[in-house]
Ligand binder design. Structure first.
Ligand code: G3P
Length: 216
């Protein structure tokens, strides 16, 4: 069970790494644009802070452009994974890159069959986006994670599932219960996961009881 942080924000990554619960990072063009800084420098900085896999995504739409981008980005750091959109052009690119030993993460996935095809093409990771399905009234966990976990387990598929497009701590709980290998979590969602009012209440009561007896 692994947690990745879904952000390109260096401060968020540093904070989450200090909590000791982060195994990797995922980024995408939107998250990079949000930071507005040099992509290569940002990715290299992230790859220094996080020892686990760091996903970076290009914008190429053809097999040739995807492969060229991936080959260049893969030189930026040792622990990079290249995100490739789940299209037939993307499958061709994944097949080429997997033969070159470049790790890939098939992204923008919304069906179990897209997961299956990406795994067959040689993707190291698949990223089903459950939140965007939830956003349109479908149950992303039920329709996407549960079926993909079942198929991968039954057929001994080694590709790892990264449950992505996470909106709430409940999304995290549900995809973990469904058996996702990895969840990539926005910082704001991760931050909420530790909180419980009874924990806060209990700490207050312990302090009050202690002070009533031992009055620091
Ligand atoms: O980075 C991949 C995925 O987690 C993005 O999800 O729907 O919040 O843009 P979303």
């Amino acid at each position: 069970m692994k947690f990745f942080l879904d952000t390109a924000n260096i401060d968020e990554i540093k904070k989450a790494v200090s909590w000791g619960v982060i195994d990797g990072v995922t980024t995408n063009p939107t998250l990079m644009a949000k930071e507005g800084k040099d992509v290569k420098e940002t990715i290299q900085r992230i790859a220094e802070i996080v020892k686990g896999p760091v996903s970076v995504e290009g914008i190429g739409q053809t097999k040739e452009d995807m492969v060229i981008e991936a080959q260049e980005m893969n030189k930026w750091a040792e622990n990079l994974v290249i995100k490739i959109p789940t299209t037939w052009e993307g499958m061709e690119a994944i097949k080429v890159l997997s033969k070159e030993g470049i790790k890939t993460n098939a992204t923008l996935i919304f069906s179990p069959l897209q997961c299956v095809l990406a795994a067959k093409a040689g993707a190291n990771y698949v990223s089903p986006f459950i939140g965007r399905l939830n956003d349109v009234g479908q149950d992303g966990t039920e329709t996407l994670i549960e079926d993909t976990v079942t198929i991968f387990r039954k057929h001994g598929v080694q590709t790892e599932i990264i449950a992505a497009s996470i909106r709430t701590p409940l999304d995290v709980l549900r995809v973990l219960k469904a058996g996702s290998h990895i969840v990539t979590i926005p910082f704001a969602v991760l931050e909420k996961m530790i909180s419980h009012p009874l924990t806060e209440k209990g700490i207050g009561q312990f302090l009050a009881d202690w002070n009533s007896r031992f009055s620091l």
